[in-house]
Write a protein that binds this ligand. Structure first.
Ligand code: WTA
Length: 636
């Protein structure tokens, strides 16, 4: 197990050590894992011509570090507690031994479908244990998993499968979410029309409803598993061999396939998991994220399982059958650490005090966490007072798909917290704040763009098939620094407060969406000639989506109809999570002389501000007045 910091002076000591000698620091932690062959070099890196290699020459398999390393200690211990959508259905407890067997069987299934080291396997799954099994089975045989969030549309799924040239798809007939059945297999069938790389799709039976079937391509999971051998050798991987791809949005149109590799990711997720949440053996950890996002990858699957934890996986939603569901799960499974998003907290606050009035969860609950977006003070206090009964520290964890694991966060009970502050960098993390021109802002009480100046083992190494874009996305703005895309403030105590994205990415309910991606989808509508999308403050979702749309023609009295059909188009092209909350039809967009849309102004208008700054550089300053008037009408 990785070493655990337990005191503030211990944190300060470890932090200083990690800065003075980063490679020695991480090598010590890496030593606690099982390597088939030890690394030749701890770190080789260059942020000018970006290339990052940790533990180069080292050989390992991450699943051997989950299973074989811990087998004698953990065999019968519960690895996964699976809580179904419907509380009337029985929860499943899967021990490390059972999970290991399932993983090996599915590894053999994948091998029997021709999957080899380096091949890509896509997953489009509900939150069921088979998803974790499939991911680990890939890792067992050196295949690269690419999990696509099950809320994405057929078009978005196909785009991701095509980009990764996935060979096999693992999916389910459907999934349960609240009262709804999500018809995943229908979406898959629609997507498959465009995905010639897929040779087999393996389908878990979850809902049992009728689905389409292609006998040349579709196989039932249970049939395949019934025939599979229960022993599968681990493929020996280089530390820098890819572990997975996870698509996320950036400021340009296409989603990017963030690539994580094996050794560094393993060390980083395990270390951050144990320390931030102060996990002790025997604890029950509940991360309520979906595995379709990075939080689920790092803190439902890899971090906890590498540290021999018991990890709760929840299929449903926080408001089904009622808004007390999370609290019931915490009670039922005696959860010690609970990790969720500010949006989930805000949506539960909106359900009223009744659900939290008489509960005390602190018999077992010790730590609360948040992730994915800034948490407002009101939500922070509600979480702290009502869920933690003023006893549980909140770790507000700042990180990104690209960072692999938590970067800036309190360590529970060790680093004192402040509402709405992510607090201090974890050991090994060296933040650097810069102004827009790249000037380094040092000392306390400064605000600017958040960069990181030294590599950490969990960082993404590339974008799948497009290293140039990786370089462009993070290393081109400020030479020699990794730019996160976030704004940040460092206060007088040296505490960091994340201010949100500085680029054209919107964070809706903790889901990252690129404005360009949404604009592309809107522009597909036959009556739309141009659009601009910005975020605006939203009470529950953190940010909502505001679309300014220019149409070639709006047939009389059909504005509402047109808005609905544009929204439908976006759902179909991307996902219902990308549907604009507000659409405003305008006759033009404010542009600079070089033709660039002035989003700064559009953001201000969407936020209801009357300070637009300088508009004299626009080619069409008169448009601003029109947009402001129309926006006022829209909101009244
Ligand atoms: C935002 C999610 C404020 C931030 C793990 C970042 C946060 C983006 C926090 C990454 C936090 C994440 N406080 N903002 N604690 N955590 N963010 O890739 O803007 O889905 O850049 O990773 O979420 O989102 P992603």
């Amino acid at each position: 197990m990785v070493p655990k910091i337990t005191t503030l002076s211990g944190y300060i000591h470890e932090y200083q050590k990690s800065i003075a000698n980063p490679t020695g620091f991480w090598a010590n932690i890496a030593e606690t894992f099982y390597w088939r062959k030890k690394w030749d070099t701890i770190l080789e890196w260059d942020f000018q011509n970006p290339r990052i290699e940790w533990f180069k020459g080292g050989q390992l398999n991450i699943t051997e570090n989950i299973f074989e390393r811990n087998q004698f200690l953990l065999g019968d211990q519960t690895a996964i507690i699976w809580e179904p959508n419907d509380p009337k259905e029985e929860a499943r407890k899967i021990s490390y031994n059972e999970l290991f067997t399932e993983v090996q069987k599915f590894a053999n299934v994948l091998r029997s479908h021709g999957v080899r080291k380096g091949d890509r396997v896509a997953m489009y799954m509900p939150m069921i244990p088979e998803l974790t099994i499939a991911m680990l089975a890939c890792a067992r045989i050196g295949a690269i998993h690419s999990v696509v969030f099950a809320g994405f549309s057929a078009n978005a799924l196909a785009e991701r499968i095509i980009d990764a040239e996935a060979k096999v798809l693992v999916t389910a007939d459907g999934g349960f979410r609240g009262q709804k059945i999500i018809h995943l297999k229908d979406v898959v069938d629609e997507a498959m029309v465009d995905c010639p790389s897929i040779v087999s799709s393996i389908v878990v039976k979850r809902t049992g409803h009728n689905i389409g079937w292609n006998p040349k391509r579709d196989y039932w999971w249970h049939d395949e598993m019934a025939q599979a051998d229960a022993v599968a050798s681990a493929e020996i991987m280089d530390a820098e061999d890819p572990l997975y791809i996870l698509y996320t949005s950036g400021s340009t149109g296409r989603p990017k396939g963030v690539l994580h590799t094996t050794g560094g990711y393993m060390v980083y997720t395990a270390y951050t998991f144990r320390n931030v949440f102060q996990y002790s053996s025997g604890d029950v950890f509940f991360c309520a994220a979906d595995i379709g996002w990075v939080t689920g990858h790092s803190y439902i699957v890899y971090g906890p399982l590498l540290e021999g934890a018991t990890s709760v996986m929840f299929e449903g939603i926080p408001t089904y059958p009622d808004a007390g569901r999370y609290w019931d799960i915490i009670k039922k499974h005696k959860v010690n650490q609970f990790y969720t998003s500010p949006t989930a907290i805000r949506s539960l606050i909106a359900q009223g005090q009744g659900w939290v009035q008489d509960i005390d969860l602190t018999d077992t609950l010790r730590v609360l966490g948040t992730v994915g977006e800034p948490i407002n003070e009101e939500a922070w206090h509600w979480y702290h007072d009502h869920i933690g009964n003023n006893k549980c520290p909140i770790v507000d964890t700042w990180w990104q798909t690209e960072t692999g694991g938590i970067m800036i966060s309190a360590i529970a009970g060790v680093i004192p917290t402040k509402p709405a502050f992510a607090s201090l960098p974890l050991p090994g993390i060296q933040p650097q704040i810069v102004d827009p021109e790249g000037k380094k802002l040092c000392g306390k009480g400064v605000e600017g763009n958040l960069c990181i100046k030294f590599p950490w083992p969990g960082m993404a190494r590339s974008h799948w098939g497009d290293h140039e874009r990786y370089v462009e996305s993070y290393f081109s703005q400020y030479k020699g620094l990794y730019f996160t895309g976030d704004g940040v403030k460092r206060d007088e105590d040296g505490y960091y407060r994340i201010l949100g994205r500085m680029d054209d990415v919107i964070n809706v309910s903790g889901h990252r969406l690129g404005t360009a991606e949404i604009e592309n989808a809107i522009n597909e509508h036959p009556l739309v000639s141009e659009s601009a999308v910005v975020g605006f403050p939203h009470d529950i979702k953190g940010q909502g989506i505001y679309a300014y749309v220019v149409c070639t023609d709006i047939p009389e009295n059909s504005e509402e109809e047109l808005k609905n059909s544009i929204k439908k188009g976006v759902s179909k092209m991307i996902s219902p999570i990308a549907r604009p909350d507000q659409i405003l039809f305008v006759s033009g967009l404010p542009k600079t002389r070089s033709g660039k849309i002035m989003r700064r102004i559009l953001k201000k208008i969407a936020a209801g501000s009357e300070e637009y700054g300088d508009i004299s550089t626009l080619t069409n300053p008169e448009i601003v007045e029109e947009i402001v008037d129309k926006n006022i009408n829209l909101n009244h």
